[in-house]
Design a binder for this molecule. Structure first.
Ligand code: G1P
Length: 292
């Protein structure tokens, strides 16, 4: 079995962010901050920690601010230098990627996650690749989600997705796994179904927005088959790889914040703020005073 290296990551960032209106009228939801870093920066940091070298952002109309964010802010850098603001300059440096490390492709219609991933097919080429959904903030600085998946992939090859158990009544929000053999945190994937209704799901193991996939999934997506919600679903295309290629799920160890949801986004801000030396103490004080 050849294990093709994973050097490219695809970030679907074309969504309209309607749940965060009116903020998302002018700011892409992926740039909304968690403490002081945009949500998307966490996913990019996670990709870098997993050894990813090329980032592909699948964007859409009205989301040009994403390109500006990852560009060098020349005037800002010059003015910070002139003022001797070295701490701020150091922060900016943590976000700087090399020229050519990011490519942008536009999803011309909101036809589903599978369609968004497929829009990146020419850039991905014949290599295995990762997909990261930035709404899902998977927080484990000691063992970031994609790096842990990459380790499993190096041993087992094929396709690896990140999963967590969700309550029965939430299976209709996720891609759900039919589990096979279990080996510690790694579960063989025997089947996948997108958003099954409560009570009909094959398990409570839900895909949480991190994927390492073989390029053959792109060929499957090319058929443009519509699934749940009349959208082209990544889950359906992945399901066709099961039995053809190895397919495993790795249970995520860490804290997951669903930042596509307002409560999840607020919780992420509080949790990550509490971990920080600069803002943590003040936030903790305030929180303590709220407990009745
Ligand atoms: C997407 C995927 C779903 C996955 C989920 C994770 O759904 O289609 O399989 O479980 O992300 O967040 P969406 O949240 O875009 O409806």
């Amino acid at each position: 079995m050849t294990i093709r290296p994973v050097k490219t990551a695809v970030f679907p960032v074309g969504g309209q962010g309607t749940r965060f209106l009116p903020a998302t009228k002018a700011v892409p939801k992926e740039l909304l901050p968690v403490v002081d870093r945009p949500l998307l920066q966490y996913a990019v940091d996670e990709a870098l920690a997993a050894g990813i070298e090329r980032m592909v952002f699948v964007t859409a109309r009205g989301k040009n601010a994403l390109e500006d964010y990852f560009d060098v802010a020349g005037e800002l850098v010059a003015s910070l230098k002139a003022k001797g603001k070295t701490a701020e300059l150091a922060v900016l440096e943590t976000t700087q990627l090399s020229p050519g490390q990011i490519a942008y492709v536009r999803q011309q219609e909101p036809a589903g996650l599978g369609h968004a991933v497929w829009c990146a097919r020419h850039i991905v080429g014949d290599d295995a690749f990762a997909v990261l959904l930035p709404d899902e903030l998977l927080w484990n600085p000691a063992n970031p989600a994609l790096a842990a998946m990459h380790d499993v992939y190096r041993q087992r090859g094929g396709n690896v997705i990140s999963v967590l158990e969700v309550p029965d009544e939430h299976t209709n929000r996720y891609g759900i796994v039919t589990p096979g053999a279990i080996d510690g945190l790694v579960t063989e994937v025997k089947g996948l179904v997108e958003k099954p209704k409560a009570g009909t799901a094959p398990s409570r193991l839900a895909a949480i927005g991190r994927y390492i996939l073989q390029p053959e999934v792109m060929t499957i997506l090319s058929a443009g088959k519509r699934g749940a919600g009349n959208e082209i679903q990544l889950t359906d295309a992945m399901a066709e790889l099961i039995g053809v290629q190895p397919f495993h799920a790795l249970t995520f160890t860490g804290t997951r914040f669903d930042c596509g949801d307002k409560a999840g986004h607020i919780t992420a801000n509080i949790a990550l703020a509490l971990e920080r030396d600069d803002v943590g103490p003040a936030v903790r004080e305030w929180l303590k005073a709220q407990v009745i």
